[in-house]
Design a protein around this ligand. Structure first.
Ligand code: NAD
Ligand code: TYD
Length: 339
């Protein structure tokens, strides 16, 4: 493993992973391949650009077979880690086409390239959302059936199934991680935690869906990156690994803690009409990845505190994003929704 193609490396988790890998493995070369959609941002990679002997950026779509093939050949890629995806559930409810194209067809294009060039490993970054809503008292294991309920999770599940198919049918050495909600630096402020933090800093209401009693396993992004690294190096081809803290938090408690950390009043929380088909709870059993030696290094409180601090210290990053186009989306998503 030496020449790694990191697709979607200009996004939130991808850019944190690029930095993590370049720091940890001085002999690895990284090629970031990213379409730079609204969620992709070269500001996320500013500090790694100076490592020009080990880092290359290519702007491209994972659905573009020709360009993917060219990059595989020119950079002698031996490992693919696929972060590229359309990732926001609310946007998938507005229109699912781009999700199906990137998350399903794009995955197929990368798998074909992995097969043709005989890579050492193809790693698919997936999500706990493929298991669907999980009843109280249960945590998903990797062999559970998939019960997707949103167009986003259905697209991600399509990608996962294609990975398993390429392993079974063609022997492509595929691994999959199904990660829980991640938080930390460089997360686009459409996702709930950076949206709530940046709204709270500006005294804008925090739009909490429905009763706010839905539960997510919020993990620190570097724990997520470390888990992918562990699976990449120690995981077995053909296997799936859940990746999260195993501890869930209610959205309303997450919102209250953000406000407390910023010294803002709870009156900023505004309940709004719920998301259609909202999964009330995700919960992962992570014994399988723990058996590889991975463990989560941050509690939810530590992860949230670090995340809040980063957004407070890095207004240069998010104020640029929260401008014209972002507010167009925001209006469409939230206007007239207050209960
Ligand atoms: P993100 O939305 O921040 O970034 C996605 C990146 O993919 C962007 O840089 C975007 O430009 C790029 N991209 C989109 N379509 C592309 C295409 N067709 N070709 C090339 N690049 C394209 O996403 P994220 O939150 O960093 O998530 C990364 C991966 O992790 C996704 O596969 C997502 O499903 C998965 N995941 C995310 C979370 C989470 O909490 N954010 C949790 C579990 C799994
Ligand atoms: P989100 O960050 O969109 O991640 P996902 O839906 O993929 O888990 O949302 C996390 C939780 O926060 C989810 O239960 C929906 C809720 N939420 C709100 O209450 N308000 C919001 O404005 C957003 C974006 C999400």
């Amino acid at each position: 493993m030496q020449n790694i193609l990191i697709t979607g490396g200009a996004g939130f988790i991808g850019s944190n992973f690029v930095r993590y890998i370049l720091n940890k493995y001085p002999d690895y070369r990284v090629v970031v391949y990213d379409k730079l959609t609204y969620a992709g941002n070269l500001d996320n990679l500013r500090d790694v650009e100076k490592l020009s002997d080990r880092y290359t950026f290519v702007k491209g779509d994972i659905c573009d077979e020709k360009l993917v093939d060219q990059v595989m050949r020119e950079h002698q890629i031996d490992t693919i880690v696929n972060f590229a995806a359309e990732t926001h559930v609310d946007r998938s409810l507005m229109g699912a086409g781009s999700f199906i194209k990137t998350d399903v067809y794009g995955t197929y294009v990368l798998l074909e390239a992995a097969k043709k060039y005989g890579v050492e490993r193809y790693h698919q970054v997936s999500t706990d959302e493929v298991y669907g809503e999980i009843p109280p008292g249960y945590s998903s294991v990797e062999t559970d059936p998939l019960h997707t309920r949103s167009p986003y999770s259905a697209s991600k599940a399509g990608g996962d199934l294609m990975c398993i198919a390429y392993h079974t049918s063609f022997g492509v050495p595929v691994t999959i991680t199904r990660g829980s909600n991640s938080i930390g630096p460089y997360q686009y402020p459409e996702k709930v935690v950076p949206l709530f933090i940046t709204n709270a800093i500006d005294d804008i209401p925090l739009p909490l869906y429905g009763d706010g009693l839905q539960m997510r396993d919020y993990q620190y992004v570097l724990d997520h990156c470390e888990g992918i690294d562990v699976v990449l190096h120690k995981g077995k081809a053909g296997e799936i690994y859940n990746l999260g803290t195993g501890v869930e938090t209610r959205n309303i408690d997450m919102a209250r803690l953000i406000l407390r950390l910023l010294g803002k009043p709870e009156s900023l929380i505004k309940h709004v009409r719920d998301r259609p088909g909202h999964d009330r709870r995700y919960s992962l059993n992570c014994d399988k990845i723990k058996a590889l030696g991975w463990h989560s290094r941050h509690t939810f409180e530590q992860a949230l505190e670090k995340t809040v601090r980063w957004y407070v210290d890095n207004e240069w990053w998010w104020r640029k994003i929260k401008s014209g186009e972002y507010w167009e989306y925001y209006k469409k998503q939230y206007e007239g929704r207050e209960l």
